[in-house]
Design a protein around this ligand. Structure first.
Ligand code: SAH
Length: 442
């Protein structure tokens, strides 16, 4: 009877769609099939299209990249990806004002859901306990976006572990200058005269030597550029490159092409890629970043990094999406104004670490698990009950709706994808740390 009531309650709740925005990584309806791609979903706003031909208005970055291609030839797709997001003057994360959040933004993430942040905070406290409650500890966030996750985690930490809150030093690794400004405003109440919170443009500038360190990366790795390859029967793997598209009947100023010959990046294709794969995406920047993360964990003497992102523990192809105004668009559209994101191959990230003997000796890998399992095993249902008990009905329904978004494969309310299965949680920790929750043994 109780189960039935709960079921009816959830069905009712399903009709309420509070998180209206597309969870960036939970692709709605059409995106469950990878095959539907680029042009199928490219929808430039009509206001950005010129009358005399079909071309969209050129962004400042598009002009700059066109010049680069005219002068220097094809641009590797990964380089185009990087420029779109991180060009210092015109990049998406470096300059666009509203990126994450409600209707006026482009996408939203789990960091905007407080119950998710509560579980992450609980996980951090658990790791700190397993470290032996050190009095100096670093909490590092990679790619903190709006700063929402860190803000909620610190607020929760004040309540559930005031001692850790006292001891912790927070380090925000953020390459997007505009995002950094947003984070500084969001976290201003936690900043102290002795700079409890510090910012860095890259992981290299972060020094953690000898201090236990906990790292969190939510939806960070999917924002790192990938390299795409197509297999040619004669020439082997050829990298995807971007060329200028002069054809006035095409909306875009750019088109994809194949590199005329093998490139240096071919060295990064793992040996065990299945023979029948004719296309592959390599998380080139992701793998390099993973090596840096591993190095920092080892340097710290004792540490753990939690990585949450949509992806799979296998090789994939053709997963890059452009996202603007909560819709998927062609990734070559409006450079600098569109978010770019790719699924994360956890297999490749693991491979990046396994190639390195020090990492094999001193680091341990846990997972990846589905986000649903991770949250479930870390007590999200208990937290849900506590929050609902304390909340008024309307707020309670909102909390349950968000819980569903985090846990389910598919939202019954709007048929969009939930985050429960597509998102994975993976942890890398130093071998001297007892297994972090929910992993029990190694
Ligand atoms: N973690 C946040 C934001 C995800 S969006 C959330 O869950 O809401 C990706 C974030 O990573 C942005 O803040 C972006 O500026 C940052 N980022 C992307 N590439 C980066 C890089 N190479 N180094 C540091 N930060 C980066």
């Amino acid at each position: 009877m109780v189960t039935r009531c709960v079921h009816i309650f959830f069905c009712f709740v399903a009709k309420i769609n509070t998180m209206r925005g597309v969870m960036r990584r939970s692709f709605p309806r059409y995106a469950s099939s990878f095959k539907k791609h680029f042009s199928d979903i490219s929808t430039p706003a009509r206001s950005t299209v010129l009358d005399e031909n079909k071309k969209e208005l050129k962004t400042a970055l598009a002009g700059l990249l066109q010049n680069r291609i005219h002068v220097g030839g094809f641009l590797p797709f990964s380089e185009f990806f990087k420029e779109c997001l991180m060009n210092p003057e015109y990049g998406y994360y470096t300059t666009k004002r509203t990126v994450i959040g409600g209707a006026s933004a482009d996408f939203t993430t789990a960091a905007e859901i407080p119950i998710f942040c509560d579980i992450i905070c609980g996980w951090i406290v658990d790791v700190w306990n397993k470290m032996g409650t050190p009095r100096r500890v670093n909490l590092v966030e990679l790619g903190p976006g709006k700063g929402s996750l860190m803000c909620s985690v610190l607020r929760q930490m004040q309540t559930i572990s005031p001692a850790l809150f006292q001891f912790v030093n927070v380090h925000m690794v953020e390459a997007g200058t505009q995002r950094m400004e947003e984070q500084k405003v969001k976290l201003k109440d936690f900043q102290t005269a002795t700079q409890k919170i510090q910012w860095y443009l890259d992981i290299d500038s972060l020094s953690v030597t000898g201090t236990p360190t906990i790292m969190i990366a939510n939806e960070f790795f999917d924002a790192l550029p990938v390299t795409q390859f197509t297999k040619d029967p004669q020439r082997g793997w050829l990298e995807a490159v971007v060329d200028v598209d002069e054809d006035p009947s095409q909306e875009l100023h750019f088109k994809l092409a194949q590199a005329p010959a093998n490139s240096f990046a071919n060295l990064l294709i793992p040996d065990d890629v299945p023979k029948d794969m004719t296309q592959i995406e390599i998380n080139t920047y992701g793998m390099a970043t993973m090596e840096k993360v591993g190095r920092k964990l080892i340097d710290s003497g004792m540490g753990a990094c939690l990585i949450i992102d949509y992806g799979k523990d296998e090789y994939m192809s053709d997963t890059v999406r452009g996202i603007r105004g909560h819709k998927f668009v062609n990734p070559l559209l409006s450079p600098g104004d569109v978010d770019l994101s790719a699924w994360v191959s956890f297999k490749q990230l693991r491979w990046a670490l396994s190639r390195w003997s020090m990492a094999r000796e001193q680091l341990r890998s846990y997972g990846p698990l589905t986000q649903r399992s991770f949250l479930e095993q870390n007590g999200i249902d208990v937290r849900l009950l506590m929050l609902c008990k304390a909340a008024e009905t309307k707020i309670g329904l909102n909390i349950i709706s968000n819980w569903r978004r985090l846990m389910e494969d598919k939202m019954t309310s709007d048929d969009s994808q939930g985050m429960g299965k597509n998102f994975k949680v993976w942890c890398v920790a130093t071998a001297n740390l007892p297994p972090p929750s929910p992993w029990l043994k190694k």
